[in-house]
Design a protein around this ligand. Structure first.
Ligand code: AMP
Length: 509
């Protein structure tokens, strides 16, 4: 099938051709004609499938007629992370170059006045992370009554990051008569329920079995002692022919430590995690994209959905807590028809997590040895190892192996009953302090606006005594919100999660 047969306008087709795309991907082939008909879409597609263009291209054509009023965007795209939001904005710039659509990007870590100016100009396309959008909404800087198209992208990630209550609040302010495009890499029941609520008679488009790993990725997994992981990683990096690689850690404090360690050993490594300032995140990412940084050590929150052209390798320094994250992590490589490699370093107590991943992807991850590193087995739930590895990788010939990935599996998979309970894992890091919300601009400095929604004057949030702050707002992540995986040592409120009712937070006499 060709792009011409999808019903897109000539200017969009020209922009696509100039980008160098000749054939639509499967999701584009299926979703674009439905979007152009004005129907709701429930898309089950991973990043890397061309999903972004599947909604950006038809939106450009649909929005080409008409003009946005000040602070009343005509379309809204919700993304879980700033990087994804920025990537979607880039897509609009590339494919919309022959249209005069105004765009506003509302993400945390960037100053409010610039974003307010973009809203003031009238945004045909508003791309936002939920937290920052709500901040603008609560400041009265935006009205969503004119939104005709809503895109909820990476819905499962929104769920994972705890954004669904924010998304629900946002959707409740939108006109019910609209077109909704809802995308998720996986469709767990909670996401399906949400889709049922938000969508009206949607056409379902699935381009890959949920949570399947791309066939273009050669996977490997080595079980090594926790204390050998850094050495194992270095050995793998040296052994592999690496163009560029992301190394994922479960905890952001490990991101910094590992980056420091890699640099100390002479590797060209950068770091990306949710506690970094937005300009620093953008700068690191740009350097990585330009090839100035070869190895990017990252947390999940910073790296989800990143589209780095032809990334050769992904390393999991830790086995991700959620099996879906494994699919997303390794999906950073093997994109757009390229072959990629992923290696996971599992410690002996991570057998249960590995088993959950293998269940999800429907296949065993081939076991590999790391040259010079002892291969061990997963622990049984009683803490004992179920059989030992055969010593250090390559030690059978007392020389270091040069081919970890080509080795056959060395250890039998742990018995199901032997896997350690997830609960037995060491506590994850507790939620970190969220980035401070951007200071409010004094109201007097803001341009006069109209129309202004009817609302009670709000007290300045910063002026409130701490105990009177509404916990569900002040503790919200993604200004920028933090991933649940990135936690500090402060335990979360038991049983209530983020949503401590406001009355419980009021001071008592
Ligand atoms: P996405 O799933 O939207 O993150 O896209 C993954 C990658 O595929 C991006 O680098 C896109 O630029 C690229 N891409 C999107 N559509 C096409 C296409 N029709 N042909 C080739 N590459 C594409």
């Amino acid at each position: 099938m060709s792009f011409e047969s999808l019903g897109l306008s000539a200017p969009v087709l020209q922009a696509v051709a100039e980008k160098g795309y000749t054939t639509p991907t499967l999701i584009q082939e299926k979703a674009i004609p439905i979007c152009l008909m004005g129907r709701d879409v429930l898309g089950c597609a991973q990043t890397g499938t061309g999903k972004t263009a599947s909604f950006v291209l038809p939106m450009i054509d649909i929005l080409s007629e008409g003009r946005a009023k000040a602070r009343m965007p005509r379309s809204l795209i919700l993304e879980p992370t700033r990087e994804l939001a920025a990537q979607v904005a880039e897509n609009f710039e590339i494919y919309g170059k022959y249209h005069k659509l105004n765009m506003a990007l509302l993400i945390g870590g960037v100053s409010f006045p610039d974003q307010e100016r973009a809203l003031e100009r009238g945004a045909d396309v508003l791309i936002a992370t939920p937290g920052r959008l709500l901040d603008h909404f609560e400041r009265g800087g935006i009205l969503l009554n004119d939104v005709k198209i809503l895109v909820i992208d990476e819905a499962d990630r929104m769920l994972d990051m705890g954004f669904i209550p924010d998304v629900e609040r946002i959707v409740a302010t939108l006109p019910p008569l609209r077109q909704t495009l809802f995308f998720s890499a996986t469709m767990p029941p909670e996401i399906k329920r949400l889709a049922d609520r938000f969508l009206s008679n949607p056409k379902e488009v699935t381009v890959a079995p949920p949570a399947s790993a791309s066939k273009n990725i050669v996977q490997g997994l080595a079980v090594v002692p926790e204390e050998d992981k850094r050495e194992a990683l270095r050995a793998l990096i040296k052994e592999q022919d690496i163009k560029n690689a992301i190394v994922f850690c479960n905890r952001k404090k490990d991101v910094a430590i590992l980056q420091g360690s890699l640099k100390k050993h002479g590797f060209n490594a950068g770091a990306l995690h949710g506690d970094m300032s937005q300009p620093a995140r953008m700068e690191t990412l740009e350097k990585f994209k330009q090839g100035e940084i070869q190895i990017l050590v990252a947390s999940d929150v910073a790296a989800r959905g990143l589209d780095i052209v032809a990334m050769s390798h992904v390393f999991n320094f830790d086995v991700p807590f959620s099996p879906e994250d494994y699919v997303h992590r390794i999906g950073r490589t093997g994109r757009a028809g390229n072959t990629g490699h992923s290696f996971t370093l599992a410690s002996p107590d991570e057998g249960g997590l590995v088993e959950a991943i293998e269940k999800l992807i429907g296949t065993e991850i081939p076991r590999v040895e790391v040259p010079g590193i002892e291969t061990v087995a997963f622990e049984a739930s009683d803490g004992r190892r179920r059989g030992r590895g055969r010593g250090r990788g390559g030690s059978s010939s007392s020389s270091r192996s040069r081919s970890s990935s080509s080795r056959p599996p060395r250890e039998p998979r742990p018995e199901a009953e032997a896997r350690p309970e997830r609960e037995a894992r060491p506590e994850r890091e507790a939620r970190p302090e969220r980035e401070a919300r951007a200071p409010r601009e004094p109201r007097a400095e803001r341009p006069p606006r109209q129309p202004r929604p009817e609302r009670e004057p709000r007290p300045e949030r910063e002026a409130r005594p701490p105990r009177e702050r509404r916990p569900e707002r002040s503790d919200r992540a993604d200004r920028p919100r933090q991933d649940r995986r990135e936690r500090d040592d402060t335990p979360a409120p038991m049983g209530l999660g983020d949503h401590v009712p406001a009355f419980l937070a009021r001071p008592t006499r």
